[in-house]
Write a protein that binds this ligand. Structure first.
Ligand code: XBP
Ligand code: MG
Length: 251
């Protein structure tokens, strides 16, 4: 009996990475006078690491042997990330990043049917509330009974911690929930928490391994713009993912 839908944020609720987080990182690097610049291709490689602070450290360690870390490097990374988050939330406030197709429709329907909504994400909490407020509804954050985000857990995705934490807050078992993800790190996290998972891909993740997904879709679909089903089980199927179809998949 499905009681809750748990959503990843970046790449799932909205396509935030290429034109949102990435330019925000670059703006922070410029602000700090660093010659770091993450183009679209490099950022795609850096997305292997979840968490902005972790991603910057990964970049220095793996792509910048020339960079000499200052003694307070961790402090600097935290300050850089704070600046990046300010740039990103300002972008959201300017209404720059829309929700992906079908997201608002499914959230509204699930809410109308009394399901619990939750967020389980690696991103910073204020990035979630600002996205929901500006791209879903002014009371968007209040649609969700739990917003599990960022540093609230010790290990970020692909570790299952964030999903386990979210379900504990809701007092729900995995079989009562359904996860929505967009990436391999994400589905490894949700499957690690024993959650059935629907995947909607994006340009950065279309070639990821989504083995174990309940379904892999181009997006959630809207009437007049149906999704394309990409997993072998029903490749080519078209449709709109609504609660009736979800329930039929879960039975
Ligand atoms: C995506 C991430 C985040 C964002 C950047 O999270 O890994 O790190 O890329 O946001 P998810 P921060 O797909 O789990 O929503 O800089 O705030 O980490
Ligand atoms: Mg994601």
């Amino acid at each position: 009996m499905i009681k809750a839908l748990l959503f990843d944020v970046d790449g799932t609720l909205a396509d935030t990475e290429r034109d949102g987080h990435r330019p925000a990182f670059n703006a922070a690097f410029q602000e700090f006078g660093l010659d770091w610049n993450w183009d679209v291709a490099l950022y795609g490689q850096l997305l292997a690491v979840t968490g902005g602070k972790e991603r910057m450290k990964y970049y220095v360690e793996n792509f910048r042997p020339d960079y000499v870390k200052p003694s307070d490097f961790d402090v600097m990374v935290a300050a850089l990330h704070k600046a990046k988050t300010a740039h990103y939330t300002r972008m959201l406030a300017q209404g720059g990043i829309p929700l992906r197709p079908g997201v608002k429709r499914l959230l509204q329907e699930a809410r109308d049917q009394g399901l619990i909504l939750g967020v389980a994400t690696t991103t910073t909490p204020e990035n979630v509330t600002e996205l929901l407020r500006h791209s879903l509804a002014p009371d968007g954050p209040e649609w969700f009974q739990v917003i599990a985000a960022g540093d609230i857990v010790p290990a970020k995705k692909p570790a299952p911690d964030i999903y386990v934490w979210a379900m504990r807050q809701l007092g729900l078992k995995p079989e009562e929930c359904l996860a929505f993800e967009d990436s391999e790190n994400g589905i490894r996290s949700s499957l690690g928490a024993n959650l059935r998972t629907v995947v909607t891909i994006n340009d950065y993740t279309r070639d990821h391994d989504f083995s174990g997904a309940l379904a892999v879709l181009s997006d959630l679909g809207e009437s007049g713009a149906p999704y394309e089903r990409l997993d072998p089980a029903a490749k080519g199927e078209r449709g709109v993912l609504d609660m009736a179809r979800l329930r039929s998949w879960l039975e």
